[in-house]
Write a protein that binds this ligand. Structure first.
Ligand code: RUQ
Ligand code: CUA
Length: 675
């Protein structure tokens, strides 16, 4: 018996292992014709038509690419500290990493969701989940900076997140792992009795984008995997796939794959709102952090919250239902009309497509097939619209082109398959190299997809690029989907392990992009708004340096009177009011990182000098022809010494504003030669 069981385990693993190498060989050196290359070509100086925002997976970050060129435009740090610009190291950004577990410098980010208005991307914000220490982050698309992180309490592995509703009312977020709630010390084999899963509704303030945990729904202890919200006619409903309806806690690979069907949760969130208004919730004590960048001071502020509101489906009838989905479902996607919901069973030979109208009818007629924990299970046949027969192996995710077609990735058979949503007929299939996870079509999850391109995000790279040791960059593949057949037009490497991406027309973001921060609005308490105000102040062991940067000098640039054991705070204000002129700041012996300060912004680096001497500091960003001159010295004396504080650029300039002005004008002219 035991051997038999183990063989079964080995067999299953093999299917997935084989997937990764299945397509190697014959097709790998497919040569692209000239016309294909032209389609992805964006000439020097030209802009791309779309932004694609890719999650970083285990990098915890987001990258922005241009489509169709596949050019990397920017890496946006979100959940991981980023010494490249001081995010998470500067005093202003440290609080973004606060959680109920203390400072957490990393996470695993999977799903990008762009804000929507009336079911279309509006280009305002971008949300992304942190899996490991459950959190949701918001990036402001005016500045491409992370401005808010909200922790989600009492969940584990926030994979099923942060799926947005059609007017950005909520970010729906389910727990991947069920856990004891509230957390307690219990034997793991009491799973069935003690473990529960929470589905979280995080509201988004329509004006400022601020997130708040509105309510949590306490669900049976399954694994909640992915979700989508209804749109148009199905607006007000959420659909979430689950696996492990077996409620096993070990060797899930086998034990959570026993049942023929798992369950998709169907939630009427308008009903949930009504129950919230009626006060049908219970409050639970917990702890979670809300970190928000103060727009005026540009300093992250952190607040611990201690209460959540829970809705129990047993007390709230007509709020939650289940529908059976064949075999370990993963993706769950709603078409642009809001009528069709695609449930992809990873181990199922077919794909089930459900009809929203039929689901509503089944609910009305109470066409149920029993219940689970008091939650009615809608009859599979009653909810089903139709089946896509033998589309491929290992279906994962589906997006839509707005012309009635769906595109699904198949991990095991390593392909993208195009099919007709209404007729379920398969129209085309193209290999990907290799084993795609998610795919993205610009606007492909909205009411109005821009069905021109499709990007498959592949999990395995193997022989697609020059080898770079054991680890290869993950590959993305761009297809032209404007014709009947999909056409591969570009391969490009990505950063981290992109799970999902969303792409949006550039003209929804580009006009609002901030070029520099208005220094008039800089309300940072340690800002130095003008070089005449630069100074150094001591308060016990703390020393505050009010420093400015403008091409091509830091002021002050000679500082004496630091002592071993001091905590020196360099508050650097970049006085530039021009696009693309950040200044950097680095000092020898700093054990954190550098600062990269945007024009008009103030950022602070803590330096704790460890030994006496004279230490150089300098600007790290090649900002002008005289960038190399942009440097200075800090003199450190032994602890207890009485060397007085002294600083300057040039004493004469500090006293005489006109002389200073002339000097800087001249300096600017010199510096601009090189820019
Ligand atoms: S998942 S590769 Cu983390 Cu969205 Cu399916
Ligand atoms: Cu400022 Cu280089």
């Amino acid at each position: 018996m035991k051997t038999h069981y183990l063989n079964y385990v080995a067999g299953l693993s093999l299917i997935f292992l084989m997937a990764s190498c299945g397509n190697q060989g014959s097709e790998t050196s497919q040569v692209l014709g000239g016309s294909a290359a032209e389609q992805a070509y964006v000439a020097p100086g030209e802009y791309d038509e779309f932004y694609a925002f890719m999650s970083g997976g285990y990098s915890g970050q987001i990258t922005a690419y241009g489509l169709p060129s596949g050019r990397l435009l920017k890496e946006i740090p979100v959940f991981s500290k980023y010494p490249e610009n001081g995010y998470g190291y500067s005093e202003e950004t440290k609080a973004m990493f606060n959680t109920s577990y203390g400072e957490v410098p990393w996470d695993d980010s999977h799903h990008i969701e762009l804000s929507q208005t009336d079911g279309e991307f509006d280009g305002r914000w971008l949300f992304v989940n942190g899996n490991n220490t459950p959190r949701i982050a918001r990036v402001d698309l005016k500045t491409f900076e992370t401005v808010e992180i909200l922790e989600i309490p009492d969940v584990a592995g926030l994979h099923c997140a942060p799926f947005i509703t059609e007017n950005s009312e909520y970010l729906v977020s389910g727990t991947r792992f069920s856990v004891p709630i509230p957390q307690k010390d219990v034997p793991i084999d009491t799973y069935k009795k003690n473990f529960k899963g929470l589905i979280n509704y995080v509201s988004v303030d329509p004006e400022h984008g601020h997130m708040e945990l509105a309510f949590q729904i306490e669900m049976p202890g399954f694994n909640y995997d992915l979700a989508r919200n209804g749109k148009g006619k199905s607006h007000g409903w959420s659909f979430l796939t689950t696996y492990n309806s077996e409620q096993e806690h070990s060797l899930l690979e086998v034990n959570a794959s026993q049942k023929d069907k798992d369950l998709m949760a169907v939630i009427n969130w308008k009903k949930a709102e009504q129950y919230m208004k009626e006060g049908k919730f219970t409050e639970r004590e917990t702890s979670y952090f809300h970190n928000l960048m103060n727009e005026e001071t540009s300093i992250a502020e952190s607040e611990e919250k201690t209460l959540t509101k829970i809705l129990d489906p047993k007390e709230c009838p007509d709020m939650v239902y289940f529908i059976p989905v064949p075999k370990s479902p993963h993706g769950c996607d709603v078409d642009p009309t809001g009528e069709y919901i695609v449930g992809n069973g990873k181990l199922s030979a077919d794909m089930s497509v459900y009809s929203f109208d039929k689901i509503m009818k089944a609910i009305e007629e109470k066409n149920f097939d029993g219940e689970f924990d008091g939650i009615p299970i809608i009859s599979y046949e009653a909810a089903l619209d139709g089946i896509v027969k033998k589309p491929g192996l290992g279906p994962l995710h589906t997006e839509f082109d707005g012309r009635g077609n769906a595109y699904t990735t198949f991990f095991i058979s390593s392909e993208v398959v195009k099919w007709d949503v209404a007729s379920k007929e398969i129209l085309d299939r193209q290999s990907t190299f290799y084993s795609p996870g998610h795919l993205v079509i610009p606007g492909g999850e909205t009411k109005k997809p821009d069905g021109k391109y499709l990007v498959a995000m592949n999990k395995i790279t193997k022989d697609r690029y020059l080898p770079t040791g054991p680890e290869l960059a993950h590959s993305a593949q761009l297809f032209d989907i404007s014709g009947d057949k999909m056409k591969l037009i570009l391969d490009f490497p990505t950063k981290g392990e992109p799970h999902y991406a969303q792409a949006i027309a550039a003209d929804k973001i580009q006009p609002n992009s901030v070029k520099f921060y208005d220094i008039e609005n800089n309300k940072h308490p340690y800002a130095t708004l003008g070089e005449s105000k630069t100074r150094v102040e001591r308060d016990g062991d703390e020393v505050h340096v009010y420093m400015t940067a403008i091409r091509s000098h830091l002021a002050p640039d000679n500082i004496e009177g630091f002592k071993v054991g001091d905590k020196v705070y360099f508050h650097l204000t970049n006085l530039e009011q021009d696009w693309d002129v950040p200044h950097g700041f680095a000092i020898q012996g700093a054990t954190n990182a550098e600062l990269l300060v945007m024009p008009g912004q103030t950022r602070t680096l803590l330096w704790e000098p460890k030994r006496p001497g004279v230490f150089a500091f300098y600007c790290t960003d090649f900002c002008s022809a005289l960038h190399q001159e942009m440097s200075g010295y800090a003199r450190v004396s032994p602890k207890g010494s009485n060397v007085p504080l002294k600083w300057g650029l040039n004493e004469k300039l500090r006293e005489n504003e006109q002389a200073a002005h002339d000097f800087y004008e001249k300096a600017k002219q010199n510096a601009n030669i090189g820019k």
